[in-house]
Ligand binder design. Structure first.
Ligand code: 13P
Length: 249
């Protein structure tokens, strides 16, 4: 089974509208042919303008979070309907920064996953352990629990549409990348876990990204591993040339 690689930028809380547009114009002008799927997950304020700049290009658009309800008294939140209206293709769900600073749990991840799928938005579900958990030998248990909770109640057909991003928290923004062997080992474990939950067919087709200090210099050694089907790139996705170099690894 050949899985199409998916290279996604996660801009986090960076870039004004003008800066985002400038990036998008530059990326479009330097990006040649690629067999990979490419997308940028931008702050809400930039989604409409990026949609316009990227239209007619291969670059797809993602959000970084969403609420699970369509509408309601949830001050400060954005719903899947609102994202769909803009034409968002993907949404990051359960990023470790959301879990850490905004009290997201496996239960909210599960609700958001279901809501995204119901609206035709492809979820990128983030999982990963913190350093203390890795040091204590708990990394695999932690990731299994996140997967089981996040996927609860989904059908195999829905699970296939979910992109899973393995992001060890200790490798995010630290410059300390997981070794390709550590990343591959966990991504293989994730596939095995998906197989246990939904069967081998789903496990073979589901795409699993690695995220955490991915840069042009280390992209190839990570992205050529059997079970790593893409990258979720933070810092290096803010610079168009670096992001392109990762896409062209
Ligand atoms: P960095 O690439 O900056 O380490 O961030 C990774 C990340 O959190 C992507 O979602």
């Amino acid at each position: 089974m050949t899985r199409k690689k998916i290279i996604a930028g996660n801009w986090k809380m960076y870039k004004t509208i003008a800066e985002g547009q400038a990036f998008a114009e530059e990326l479009k002008s330097i990006l040649g042919q690629t067999e990979h799927e490419v997308l940028v997950c931008a702050p809400y304020t930039q989604l409409s303008s990026l949609k316009k700049v990227f239209s007619g290009s291969i670059v797809k658009l993602g959000a970084q979070n969403m609420h699970f309800e369509n509408e309601g008294a949830f001050t400060g939140e954005i719903s899947p309907l609102m994202l769909k209206e803009i034409g968002v293709d993907y949404c990051v769900i359960g990023h470790s920064e959301r879990r850490q600073y905004f009290a997201e749990t496996d239960d909210t991840v599960n609700r958001k996953l279901k809501a995204a799928l119901a609206h035709g938005i492809f979820p990128i579900m983030c999982v990963g352990e913190v350093l203390a958990q890795r040091d204590a030998g708990e990394a695999f248990d932690v990731v299994r629990t996140q997967l089981t909770g996040g996927f609860a109640g989904l059908e195999a057909g829905e699970a296939t549409k979910v992109v899973i991003a393995y992001e060890p928290v200790w490798a995010i923004g630290t410059g300390r990348t997981a070794t390709p062997e550590q990343a591959e080992e966990m991504c293989a474990f994730i596939r095995e876990t998906v197989s246990g939950l939904f069967g081998e067919g789903t496990a073979e087709s589901v795409r699993i990204q690695y995220g955490g200090s991915v840069k042009p210099a280390n992209a190839a050694e990570l992205l050529t591993k059997d079970n790593i089907d893409g990258a979720l790139v933070g810092g290096a996705s803010l610079i168009a040339r670096d992001f392109k170099a990762i896409i062209d690894y």
